[in-house]
Design a protein around this ligand. Structure first.
Ligand code: HEC
Length: 119
């Protein structure tokens, strides 16, 4: 019984170590959020105004910049987007994103930054 518990404990510890070991690399590359989930979220919540697909310059709402142009604005960073999204979106009063959704959508927008320009 004791043996059994000990080995169960060991595998828990091992799992914890593995989980932690994979974290520094994520932090190093500053990849917060999940771009795929961010895309799905944007498709539901942002696409009515913003062109969200890479290389699409035409937003449904002419005043809303395409996500590609947002990402490729020089000096644009995940941090700058987070600040923007945490302050009130000018055309959308009380539009405040849940932190997880915000990080995902930022990851998606930033993923558009370094792709080659559309042909
Ligand atoms: C109802 C229309 C609408 C929706 C929905 C909308 N936006 Fe916007 N957004 C705009 C408009 C219009 C602007 C330009 C406002 C301005 O510059 O003052 C803008 C500006 C922005 C900017 C700033 C771009 C820049 O560089 O100045 C970001 C970032 C942004 N939106 C992200 C989002 C995200 C993320 C979502 C979805 C979670 C979203 N928006 C949903 C209309 C919308």
């Amino acid at each position: 019984m004791y043996q059994l518990r000990l080995s169960a404990m060991r595998s828990l510890v091992t799992a914890a170590i593995l989980a932690t070991a994979s974290m520094p690399s994520a932090a190093d590359s500053q990849e917060i959020g999940d771009a795929k989930r961010g895309y799905d979220f944007a498709a539901q919540h942002c696409a009515e105004c913003h062109a969200i697909d890479f290389g699409n310059p035409k937003s449904p709402n002419a005043d809303a910049p395409s996500f590609t142009s947002v990402a490729q604005t020089s000096g644009m960073s995940g941090r700058a987007l987070a600040v923007w999204l945490d302050t009130t979106h000018p055309t959308m009063p009380n539009f405040v994103l849940h932190a997880d959704d915000r990080d995902d959508v930022i990851a998606y927008i930033m993923s558009l930054k370094n792709r080659p320009p559309p042909k």
